[in-house]
Design a protein around this ligand. Sequence first.
Ligand code: FE2
Length: 192
Amino acid sequence: MSTIKPALHHVTIKTTRIDEMIAWYGLVIGAQVQFRDSGAAWTTNDAANHRVAFLTVPKLSDDPDKTAHNGVHHFAFEYDSFDDLMSSYDRMRQSHVEPAFCLDHGLTISLYYKDPEGNYIELQSDNFSDWQKSGEFMRTSPDFAANPIGTFFDPARVYEAFKTGIAFANLQKEIRAGAYLPATIPNIGLPI
Ligand SMILES: [Fe+2]
């Protein structure tokens, strides 16, 4: 019997900073609270009843060695276009929320933000604007196989280039080739 495949629906995060988390996800992805009580909040940014939820109890505490421990590295949200990704980058920058690191994965341009609990949230746009093509690229491209993590870039410089009106295909080639590397290569949240 074939597997009936369910769709990914929501993530639920443990937190002792529920107010900060609600505000942060509100700013970053436009999440709105659907229901909240003293122990939890459920938020969504689309038609689903919830997408990102929070649980809070007094006994929770921070993991001082989170980076070195097993667990979720990040979860990701996708914009319809690179334009939407760039305008959102600029909007958040104006509220002093900046990415921790940025990568061109070949299949996506990705900005990684750290939430108030230290979880990474990836905001991306598909380089092909087509899941079939980007999936094919991932499976078959020697370029991807040679560099699957991707090429770092400085988002402020990429944003400047984007504002000149450069065609995305040309800009993406330049990013992938390392023309917008940041001054220092950031840590991506793994123990070194
Ligand atoms: Fe990712």
